[in-house]
Design a protein around this ligand. Sequence first.
Ligand code: NDP
Ligand code: GDP
Length: 344
Amino acid sequence: MARRALITGVTGQDGAYLARLLLDKGYEVYGAIRRAASQTLPRLRELGIADAIRPVTLELNEFSNLLRALEQVRPDEVYNLAAQSFVHTSFEQPIYTGDVGALGVTRVLEAIRAVNPAIRFYQASTSELFGKAQTMPQSERTPFYPRSPYAVAKLYAHWITVNYRESYDLHASAGILFNHESPLRGPEFITRKVTLALARIRHGQQDVLEVGNVEAQRDWGFAGDYVEGMWRMLQQPQAADYVLATGRAYSVGRFIELAADALGFSIGWEGTGKATRGIDRRSGRVLVTINPIHYRPAEVDLLVGDFSKAKERLGWQPTVALPDLVAMMAEADDRRVRDGRLML
Ligand code: NDP
Ligand code: GDP
């Protein structure tokens, strides 16, 4: 019989790539979709799998709904990807962010205990847990220092996953994933914001790209690689926690330069701080300005991951280097803008 997986957050970036991976592996894939969600499922449509997913209506804040969903689906594996995942919004909506991202995880774990403790569980932990990072690079042994309501919620979620593994012997693993991107990334995140804006500028649909802190550095990988790591974690005899990362950090400014190159611009920087401007060397036109509205009350300056445990135990490693990832995203947005096909 085909194995069954339930994915919460299936309408998000990772949900779409994970659903495709599991379908390719022969799973029956049940996708948890909130009633309020737009029913057009743009990411699943873009990957051509919207009709292959079995939809389950699910709100992570509603325990009775979770219980019934698990009883109905009887999954072998649950991937909990649902969250209010945007750091900036978490400062505006800290309570909601905590309800979904922290207590929501306890609800899923309690439902698993009640329905079938043999279900294998994946929790989407994050490099944001390291926040004001105490060591470089960060591994599973690095102390956490979260810097946003999002990260604090994820810290609770991480430890409740560990706690249920240790207390009730659940096969519950947490992937501490560094930022991972793709053409399906939400347009509010910096990478996609940049590729989309520069594609629009190129096609005369936008004047300028406004960003916040261009000094921040992140370890950006390709989402398609990272969902493979999630699946491998749940195939291990023992549940555990793993960092997935590329081991290389780039600044936001450098990401903008690479995206500009991919779209036929060439950015040079002038000024400092809020007065920083990115100018196209070819046309002299201002392409990038700073708007402090995008600064965060507390910033995470530099994240770079050590994925050696995942490499050793899961045989996992990233396959897409940042310049190729940027080109992939820039080309996808260029095509979408050109064709007037902007669903995401
Ligand atoms: P997205 O923001 O693209 O997707 C989030 C998903 O969660 C959406 O499907 C959303 O549904 C769903 N969701 C939000 N609130 C609820 C709720 N109350 N009940 C049910 N579903 C809900 O995130 P990603 O795909 O990028 O990330 C997946 C997970 O991995 C998230 O938990 C994120 O925090 C975590 N993570 C992501 C990283 C990254 O770089 N992408 C890095 C590390 C961790 P809807 O479509 O209805 O809004
Ligand atoms: P995060 O690492 O989960 O917060 O992912 P984001 O893509 O939202 O942000 C990555 C980094 O880019 C953070 O340090 C942000 O402060 C920085 N950044 C700079 N300008 C912007 C912007 O305009 N939007 C976003 N989302 N991030 C920005």
